[in-house]
Design a protein around this ligand. Structure first.
Ligand SMILES: [Zn+2]
Ligand SMILES: [Zn+2]
Length: 241
């Protein structure tokens, strides 16, 4: 995991310098903001790296494959903020197939893998865990998205063990921890995930999952939780792409 470094200087009421889970209007819901809008806001928040990770094409209303195929043409820096281009790919099935083919993944800076309804039909915890692990096989997969939702149960011990061995980071998703989150039992599950990371010394990535510019870099709820359960700061990691 040579591209992952620890950080211990995360402070309350500050925006994270790096946020790799954000959405633009290309995700087809939740915002009209463009990449430029997010980059401008990231500069205002003194962020260093902004990762754009729109939903894969299986999500209703999201951009088609040509969008993801063309992202490598976009500028690598705007308003003094480094921009990186990824995707939040949908896990499609128990075999861990993704809605973005390997040749397009290859052109992205990184990929987040997530389960979303109704695209992925949940199986047992063992089946869902296997689907995640199989989906990690592509080297551009760097982050496991919001695996904190009881609608998609997983075996955290096994998931974290495989993530660690493959250099993939589980995510502590800020939106999941909001009171009005539509995901289920996220707080309880996030604690199980964090404990599994602690036992295995697996780093975890904080992400905003902001749809639009409003919440980029905002990890307030995630930071509250790690303080509350005294999760080791040495395992709060950031991915430099
Ligand atoms: Zn998602
Ligand atoms: Zn997302």
């Amino acid at each position: 995991m040579d591209n992952i470094t620890s950080t211990t200087n995360i402070t309350e009421k500050s925006y994270q310098k790096i946020d790799l889970h954000t959405h633009t209007c290309a995700s087809g819901h939740g915002t009209k903001d463009s990449i430029t809008d997010l980059a401008r806001e990231a500069a205002k928040r003194s962020m260093e790296i902004l990762g754009i990770s729109d939903h894969g094409p299986a999500s209703a209303g999201s951009a088609g494959l040509s969008y993801f195929r063309s992202l490598f043409l976009c500028e690598r820096s705007r308003f003094g903020v480094a921009l990186r281009y990824g995707a939040e790919a949908n896990i499609l099935d128990a075999q861990g197939n993704l809605d973005i083919p390997d040749d397009i993944l290859e052109k992205l800076d990184y990929c987040i893998i997530s389960m979303h309804r109704p695209i992925y039909v949940s199986g047992s915890a063992a089946e869902n865990t296997k689907a995640y692990i199989r989906a990690m096989r592509h080297p551009k997969v760097k982050i496991i998205g919001h695996c904190d939702d009881s609608r998609f149960p997983v075996d955290y011990t096994e998931l974290v063990r495989c993530a660690l061995s493959l250099g993939v980071l589980p995510e502590l998703n800020n939106v999941s921890l909001l009171q009005n989150s539509y995901r289920v039992n996220c707080r309880e599950n996030a604690i199980l995930l964090l404990r599994a990371c602690e036992v295995s010394s697996c780093p975890i990535l904080l992400s905003s999952d902001s749809h639009g510019r409003e919440h980029i870099g905002d990890m307030t709820e995630a930071k509250k939780l790690i303080e509350e359960i005294r999760f080791p700061k040495s395992l709060l990691s950031r991915l430099r792409l």
